[in-house]
Design a protein. Structure first.
Length: 105
């Protein structure tokens, strides 16, 4: 039985209900964050490529093709190895690329 002079703020059940509300909001935010991630989204049918730190020695590429996820990591030797210059590529004003092979040596 509740007395008339007893305030509602003294009811311990109200604080538990408030905590449950806070947890529901946090869980909803986490579910939205997971749904926004292209690698985890189970409803996405497209293949996804995520590149982190492009152009740096620690570049990583993560590819999702259907159910398969592959991860590639650069070993810091980008642009090194055996080979020779084969030509030059130019980007035109309209965004297209033109490759001009070098004359044989």
């Amino acid at each position: 039985m509740r007395l008339l002079h007893e305030s509602e703020s003294e009811d311990p059940i109200l604080s538990v209900v408030n905590l449950i509300d806070i947890f529901l909001v946090v869980i909803a935010a986490l579910l939205i964050a997971i749904a926004q991630n292209p690698l985890v989204n189970p409803f996405g049918q497209r293949d996804v490529t995520v590149i982190t730190d492009p152009g740096k020695p620690a570049t990583e590429a993560t590819l999702r093709k259907g159910e398969k996820i592959e991860k590639y990591r650069a070993n810091g030797s980008i642009g090194s190895g055996d080979g020779e210059k084969a030509g030059v590529a130019y980007r035109m004003r309209d965004g297209s690329m033109i490759y001009v092979p070098e004359a044989g040596k």
